[in-house]
Design a protein. Sequence first.
Length: 198
Amino acid sequence: MTRALFIIDVQNDFTEGGALGVAGGGAVAAGISMLLAEHPHTYDLVIASCDWHDGDNDNGGHFAGSDEPDFVNTWPVHCVAGTRGAEYHDALTEESISFHVQKGQGEPAYSIYEGTTEEGGTVHQLLDEHGVTEIDVAGLATDYCVRASALDAIEHGRHVRILTDLVAGVDPRSSEDALAELGHAGAELITSASVDEE
């Protein structure tokens, strides 16, 4: 059995004070670092995704532009490549990350599967190359990119666990709905204290 941890979009623009800050985002960053420090041998791979949007266009309608964002399909400008907002939150221990995935370069992208590695490969290829069968998911935001990434992992035949104490969402109601949807789709909902339990 080979297990990976997906760290979804733990970036400055998605944490407190950022362009699309999520309440509890900083705590999620710190909690993931604590998890990796306390369980150094649990994960064979640690794969972190980043929104990495173009700064000179609306990224396929993802940025609202001059219109008011609807916070469902259109959003304020966020996570522009090379800016402070696109960087990982300071509380996230980058040394533990095996692979970095960038997504949303010129188009809307929510799932980690829509991104590419620094080497230009896909997440699906990466997981197959390393024989990953089990994936734990943590990060931001529960009701958008965490949800989309976990559903794609399930669809690709992986056993998925959502670390419910290490995710935070845009909206409490839609986050609750997302977790229910993921559970119905076959994901296990656990806390980080249970990661070594089979």
